[in-house]
Design a protein around this ligand. Sequence first.
Ligand code: SF4
Length: 457
Amino acid sequence: MTPSDALIHKYNQQIPRYTSYPPANFFIPQSGETLRERLMLSNTSKPNNISIYIHIPFCSQQCWYCGCNSSVCSQTDIIDTYLQSVLQEIASIIPLLDSSRKISQIHFGGGTPSLLKIEHIETLLNLFSKTFSYTDSAEIAMECNPADLSFTYISDLIKLGITRISMGIQDFDHTILQAVHRKPPHIPIHELRKHIQSLGAQVNFDFMYGLPYQTLDSFKETILQAIANRPDRLVTFSYAHLPSMKKHQQKIDDLPMATGKEKIQMLYEAYHSFTQAGYTAIGLDHFALPEDSLAQAVDKGTLHRNFQGYCSAEQTGQVYAFGASAITQLADSFFQNTRNFNDYISAIQKNNSAVESGYIVTQEEQLVSSLIESILCNKIIDWEYIAHKNNRDLTSTKAFFSFAHNSVSDLISDNLLAETNKGYRVYEQGKFFLRNIAAAFDPNMYSGKTKKFSSSL
Ligand code: SF4
């Protein structure tokens, strides 16, 4: 059963997505020098593995729903110059890292990384392979626009060592893709998926719900097609319509879009259908086949989350990020590069660093961060675990969160959260309000330090 209208109305609030704590809009100016100091310290931080993120900000055309940091550009000379800067940035950071550490994760995100030529990807990967070895379960993943993909390109990616290809399908219905100015694929998705899996790599399907013209029935159809394909992982992202912040979204301002209630029905439909089809729910909107490392991490209660999304304990690490807008995520700090790719190129050419902002996380914020991660990943709060993880005693840990008392009582009386002998667990219908539950334990939500966030539903 989907949650009641009253609950949807009550909890449809503007709150953080909690991809990090504190969220990125709390970042303040930081320097490349501070980054270098923290990078050297990160060699002894836990988890010890190296996780790499490379941001490719270019796209061949602008999708009207886009919320990413991307620019329309297919000019090879600009892409080449940008990549030279990324290579320069990587080359300046590698000597600061202990070469006995291993890479557990490399992620190409965007924008559209599938705009890159195979030679570009090879050069980038070689730079890391010259210095570091990889963990046994290391994953090299790339976000791709299915419209760019050919069989040859996929084969070449997999030959280079790419182990996971995420296809941003958004919807199988071409009328909806047309309305949001997104090219449909030339090769049917099921053929691309078969080809990737036949070469031994894994496939993610990414969808978006809440787009113009999507209805519950049309989305059900997309879900059925997704299940028939049986990809290794599925993700359903909620579309956040923020035309005042993302000007291109004004192009779809007048088109019919799902209400908060309809969006939650779509999410419920996806959750119900994917779990019925044998997928394990990862958090709320990610799904994985039982043999997938994320599903196994859920079973073991060792699921983690960083700016690259959910990951297992084996794959998590200190995240070193390269490219415009990329966010480096260390044990106790964040550093974000400048967002504009031209500014990024100039900054790297001048200083070898494009760091613009960041945040040094206090011990109390780390405590909040681990509690929120526990809610979003494992849907429980275990006070002893949280206290132990933060080297604190149980009494002071519980006392720190006393500000949440009234909100938690409210969540309990709304049957979203239940008290247990260890702490709390999220009720079945509470899974649809994970961000709201996390926000109840976020001191910033009570202190007036509010920022602009998207709606929770
Ligand atoms: S391809 Fe992705 S990143 Fe590029 S405009 Fe479309 S949604 Fe945004």
